[in-house]
Design a protein around this ligand. Structure first.
Ligand SMILES: CCCCCCCC/C=C\CCCCCCCC(=O)N[C@@H](CO)[C@H](O)/C=C/CCCCCCCCCCCCC
Ligand SMILES: [Ca+2]
Ligand SMILES: [Zn+2]
Length: 263
């Protein structure tokens, strides 16, 4: 019986052919494309440093965990081991749990939850139970995780209805665009592998890594923007673009202005 650490012991095998470019790396491009997470984390911390100075813990935690997602995802695609698959999926689950605990707007808490401290407990218990359940059928975990994006979309839509800042709407639109491209790549790698192998282009999962990192580069500032509006009433959040507004491709970040005016 193969060990849970052994190469190719995972339940899933992505479309890219194994051990083609290296004898030790099973899926070469799927492994190296995780570099996007090593760029994403420091970029979020650097660009949103003003927010970090006022409220350091959430962004430090989330960026640190995103780095870990990158490391575990690299390990998974390098070995395609059962342990690699679970580490990859569980690190995503815990990153989402931590992000929700810190940033989920109080206005959307369930009625029985009165404080963020209680919400921490609710997310913690739900995540521990989900962690145990994820061992039952690991193949389903990725589908369940992808469904969380629909909840994020729903919340974004609800927030945008209350906000008339054009920059915020533009940023949300770009985030959704990256996410649509990302999820299309993920699904087509999973479901249409026969087609990509027939045309000798089985690289859509590595595109997914880059595209989901791009959507997170927009998603995190958006979440920070709403966090400042709700939880830091002495500041007004402002969206800026790096390197500058006039560039065709830009990365958004949040700055804080005083005093606070309504969005
Ligand atoms: C108030 C809430 C704030 C939420 C902030 C968002 C925090 C995001 C946290 C983690 C997402 C990391 C996703 C990276 C996945 C990389 C690893 C990977 O590719 N794993 C695959 C196997 O190699 C696995 O099959 C993928 C599983 C699916 C993961 C889906 C995660 C959903 C992330 C939602 C992103 C939202 C973007 C914008 C949505 C409109
Ligand atoms: Ca493969
Ligand atoms: Zn992957």
């Amino acid at each position: 019986m193969p060990s849970i650490f052994s190469y190719q012991s995972a339940e899933v095998d992505w479309c890219e052919s194994n051990f083609v470019r290296s004898a030790v790396i099973a899926e070469y491009y799927n492994t190296i494309s995780n570099v996007s997470f090593f760029v994403l984390s420091p970029a979020l911390l650097y660009l949103n440093r003003q927010y970090c100075q006022k409220k350091a813990v959430p962004l430090y935690f989330v960026s640190g965990l995103l780095l870990l997602v990158g490391v575990f995802s690299m390990y998974f695609h390098m070995t395609l081991s059962y342990v690699g698959q679970l580490l990859d999926e569980l690190s995503i689950l815990w990153t989402l749990a931590v992000a929700y605990s810190f940033w989920y707007p109080q206005a959307y808490f369930p009625k029985c939850i009165k404080t963020r401290r209680h919400f921490f407990w609710l997310t913690g218990i739900t995540t521990v139970i989900s962690t145990f359940m994820s061992f039952i059928k690991p193949t389903l975990n990725a589908y369940a995780l992808n469904c969380i994006a629909f909840h994020l979309l729903y919340m974004t839509w609800k927030e945008l209805k209350k906000c008339n800042d054009r920059r915020v709407h533009r940023m949300a639109a770009v985030m959704v665009m990256w996410w649509v491209l990302a999820i299309t790549s993920w699904i087509s790698d999973r479901w249409l592998c026969w087609l990509w192998q027939a045309i000798n282009f089985p690289y859509f999962h590595s595109f997914w890594h880059v595209l989901i990192a791009m959507s997170l580069l927009y998603c995190c500032p958006l979440v920070i923007y709403f966090d400042v509006s709700y939880e830091m009433p002495s500041f007004k959040p402002k969206l800026e673009y790096w390197p500058s507004d006039s560039w065709p491709v830009v990365v958004p970040y949040v700055t804080l202005e005083e005093p606070h005016k309504q969005c």
